[in-house]
Design a protein around this ligand. Structure first.
Ligand SMILES: Cc1ncc(COP(=O)(O)O)c(C=O)c1O
Length: 256
């Protein structure tokens, strides 16, 4: 099956945006995003993953902005950052722009029993450079451009190893809902399924792909509480300074 990201944004989303503009929703919002939207995103996650508290959710002006903010919050020049590749180039470039030393761990192309070529992540190869002097591991799963999806078995091993070595995991999940092989809930499994709230895990997502909203520039981050107000909040205040979209309460007539 081929997925396309270029059909128009669904009409109900456009109508809600038009109604919001007409209602005068055009002013500054709280830095970390409208509380109701953060709560709605947190409430949507348990249907897919373990529950997440709304104060761990930050709304950002796109997935790529979420990736840059996360990197700015975490990396110092010369930090070692391990990135699983091939990957959408921005994930490597963002680290380099901030002066980090990027080490790539390459997926391998292997043939399965039917002779079909599939991308595979060798755990041993990945874990080797993940030592205590590594600042972060960056993974994009489901992966652009390879379509590789991390297995549940790898998900069980990687966070335990990173926790032991104090390594941050930055997980780009913008394609988490674009899966075609009958995964439960139509969503790829995530480290969010197993992580504790204080784990050094930052998960990036976006409305671009799953809601066909590429031009709208709207994403979100799930991060541990320690990273929220003083790191991500400070950076958002000095960049986009809050994103407008919010959840509108239903009117009593049931409309709106
Ligand atoms: C893997 C990956 N992450 C992030 C993004 C950026 O998403 P957004 O449109 O929300 O900035 C893209 C866009 O193509 C992508 O392929």
């Amino acid at each position: 099956m081929v997925w396309r990201g270029d059909p128009p944004t669904p009409a109900f989303i456009c109508a809600a945006a038009q109604a919001a503009l007409n209602a005068g929703d055009t002013f500054y919002t709280p830095n970390l995003g409208e509380p109701a939207l953060r709560e709605a995103l947190a409430n949507a996650l348990p249907q897919l993953h373990r529950p997440v508290s709304p104060d761990r959710v930050v709304v950002t002006s796109s997935g790529v902005a979420a990736l840059m903010l996360t990197a700015q919050a975490l990396y110092n020049p010369e930090d070692r950052v391990v990135v699983v590749t091939p990957v959408w180039p921005n994930l490597v470039e963002i680290s380099r722009i901030l002066g980090a030393q990027v080490e790539e761990v390459a997926l391998e192309l292997q043939r399965d029993e039917q002779g079909i070529a599939r991308w595979h992540l060798c755990l041993e190869t990945l874990l080797h450079p993940l030592t205590t002097d590594c600042r972060a591991l960056v993974i994009n799963s489901p992966n652009n451009p390879s379509c590789w999806v991390m297995s549940a078995q790898q998900q069980a091993v990687i966070p335990v190893h990173c926790r032991r070595h104090g390594i941050w995991i930055v997980l780009d999940e913008v394609y988490s809902r674009i899966v075609f092989d009958g995964l439960p809930e139509g969503c790829a499994s995530s480290f969010l399924d197993i992580a504790a709230p204080d784990d050094r895990l930052v998960v990036i997502n976006s409305f671009s792909k799953s809601c066909l909203m590429t031009g709208w520039r709207l994403g979100w981050v799930v991060a541990p509480p320690a990273l929220m107000m003083y790191e991500l909040g400070k950076l958002i205040l000095n960049t986009t300074a809050a994103v407008r979209p919010r959840i509108r309460a239903k009117s009593r007539s049931g409309r709106g």
